[in-house]
Design a binder for this molecule. Structure first.
Ligand SMILES: NC(=O)c1ccc[n+]([C@@H]2O[C@H](COP(=O)([O-])OP(=O)(O)OC[C@H]3O[C@@H](n4cnc5c(N)ncnc54)[C@H](OP(=O)(O)O)[C@@H]3O)[C@@H](O)[C@H]2O)c1
Length: 255
C-alpha cells in the first residue's frame, strides 16, 4: 500500500486531473474548480469545441494549465487516446472524473434498439472503459469518480435506458474499488438529483420541473455548485472513501 498523504485538504497542487465532459455544465465547473485548487486539467469534450476552448482559456487566464481533447468515449480507442494525451502532456494523471452521459425519457414499449444501444454506449460502455483506462494509467493514490443519477435510487417510469444505463457504474465502481485498492486508488460514484443544466429540461414538462423542485430543499433544483464540493472531497488527499455511491441533492447554494 503506498504511503498516505499527511493531512486532508482541498489543495490539488501538483495533481493532474482529467475530466470526461469537462468543457461545460458540471464538468466545466469542475475543470475550473480543480484548476483553481492547483491542478493541471485535461478538458475532454465531445461536440462542444467552443465551450472546451472557453474553459481552457478561463483556466489559463486564472494562471492555471489546461488542454482540451476531443473524443467519442463510446470508442475505446478514444478513451485510451484521452489518457495518453494527459500522460504525454502533463507526465501522469492523478484524478479522473467522468461526467459524460446521455438522457432519454421514453416508455419501454416505445424504445428502439438504436436508442438502447446509444444509451448504453455512453452511459455504461464508456463508463466501463473510462474506469479501466484510469485503472491502468492513474498514479498511485489516484482518484476515480463517475457521475450517476439519483434515479439509481428511484422507483419511476420512463427512464429505463437512462437509469438502467447508469446502474452498471455502481457495480463497475465496486469491483474497481477492490481491484485498484492495493495502489491506493479510490473509485466512487456521485449520483446527483435533478440539476439545473440544459441536460435536464428537454425531456421534462414544466409541471414535472415544478414537481422536482418541490421535492428538493429550498424549492429549487440541484445546482452544479452543490455537486462540485462533493467531488472535490472525494478527489483531494487525506480521505479514504471507496466503492461508494453518494446521492447529493441540491438546495444549498443559491443564485
Ligand atoms: N442535469 C441533470 O439533471 C443531471 C442529474 C443527475 C445526473 N446527471 C449526470 O451528470 C452528468 C453531467 O451532466 P450535465 O447536466 O452537466 O450535462 P452535460 O454537460 O450535457 O453532460 C453530458 C456530457 O456528456 C458528453 N457526451 C455525450 N455523448 C458523448 C460521447 N459519445 N462521447 C463523449 N462525451 C459524450 C456531452 O458532450 P456533447 O454535449 O458535446 O455531446 C456532455 O459533455 C451526466 O453524466 C448526467 O447524466 C445530470
Amino acid at each position: 500500500m503506498p504511503e498516505k498523504s499527511e493531512k486532508p485538504g482541498k489543495t490539488m497542487r501538483n495533481k493532474v486531473a482529467l475530466i470526461g465532459g469537462g468543457e461545460k455544465n458540471l464538468g466545466g465547473l469542475l475543470s475550473r474548480a480543480f484548476a483553481a485548487s492547483g491542478a493541471k486539467v485535461v478538458v475532454h469534450y465531445h461536440g462542444s469545441q467552443s465551450e472546451a476552448e472557453e474553459t481552457v482559456r478561463a483556466v489559463e487566464e486564472a494562471g492555471g494549465q489546461a488542454v482540451a481533447v476531443q473524443g467519442d468515449l463510446t470508442k475505446v480507442a478514444d478513451v485510451r487516446r484521452l489518457f495518453d494525451t494527459a500522460v504525454d502532456t502533463f507526465g501522469g494523471v492523478d484524478v479522473a472524473v467522468n461526467t459524460t452521459g446521455m438522457v432519454l425519457r421514453k416508455p419501454i414499449l416505445e424504445t428502439t434498439e438504436d436508442e438502447y444501444d446509444r444509451m448504453f454506449g455512453i452511459n455504461a460502455k464508456a463508463g466501463f472503459f473510462f474506469i479501466q483506462e484510469a485503472g491502468r494509467r492513474l498514479n498511485d493514490n489516484g482518484r476515480i469518480v463517475s457521475i450517476g443519477t439519483s434515479l439509481l435510487a428511484a422507483f419511476t417510469d420512463g427512464y429505463a435506458t437512462y437509469a438502467g444505463g447508469k446502474a452498471p457504474l455502481e457495480h463497475f465502481t465496486r469491483a474497481a474499488a477492490k481491484e485498484f485498492a492495493d495502489r491506493g486508488i479510490s473509485v466512487n460514484v456521485v449520483a446527483p438529483g435533478p440539476m439545473d443544466t440544459p441536460f435536464f429540461y428537454p425531456q421534462e414538462t414544466p409541471e414535472r420541473v415544478e414537481f422536482h423542485k418541490s421535492q428538493a430543499q429550498g424549492n429549487q433544483l440541484t445546482h452544479i455548485e452543490d455537486i462540485v464540493p462533493v467531488i472535490e472531497f472525494l478527489v483531494t488527499d487525506g480521505w479514504w472513501f471507496t466503492g461508494q455511491t453518494l446521492f447529493p441533492n441540491g438546495g444549498y447554494t443559491t443564485r
